[in-house]
Write a protein that binds this ligand. Sequence first.
Ligand SMILES: CC(C)(COP(=O)(O)OP(=O)(O)OC[C@H]1O[C@@H](n2cnc3c(N)ncnc32)[C@H](O)[C@@H]1OP(=O)(O)O)[C@@H](O)C(=O)NCCC(=O)NCCS
Length: 160
Amino acid sequence: MRRLLARLLGGRDPVLSQASMRDSGALAALHAHSFHRGWSEEEFERLLADRGVLAHRAMIGRRLCGFIISHMVEAEAEILSVAVSQRHRGSGIGRLLLALHLGRLTALGIKVVFLEVDEANEPARRLYRRAGFHEVGRRSGYYAGPRGATSALVLRRDLV
Ligand SMILES: CC(C)(COP(=O)(O)OP(=O)(O)OC[C@H]1O[C@@H](n2cnc3c(N)ncnc32)[C@H](O)[C@@H]1OP(=O)(O)O)[C@@H](O)C(=O)NCCC(=O)NCCS
């Protein structure tokens, strides 16, 4: 429904592909808009130069509207970050990015994926729940938020 509305209002479908070092600047800008502590362009460059790092991007036209990035060690991966630009949230881009990313991790031989999410981050928790992640740990009071400290949930998904 949201997608149909976006199309009627002139929105375009996102195009998903693997991200490369050339995307570092755009990734850093979107990250900075999405999190309290942004990662610099140099940090993204370092990450994307690492052969153990996998990243995907979503583009609408020539603009980056979302990304997901993870780090792989042997048969395990950790999702380090995922973000969708504010104006495109809630239209399924996060779900598309995560599905593509998990498919690629599976193809690369990854068997299990972990990530950490703020318990107060309802959109992210819904995204991961829908993708089959479940809670395997909790770090109490890990995030300092405007309404007090919240816990970090450690989520896991086994890939088959
Ligand atoms: C988390 C995030 C990546 C989700 O991306 P998105 O493209 O908006 O997600 P989708 O449209 O695919 O929706 C995913 C789920 O979140 C839900 N959702 C989206 N926006 C929501 C909102 N404002 N409130 C509650 N749920 C919301 C959707 O309904 C959907 O759940 P459902 O399948 O059960 O209906 C995006 O909100 C974001 O960039 N947030 C800021 C960065 C962040 O917190 N990243 C996660 C760090 S762990």
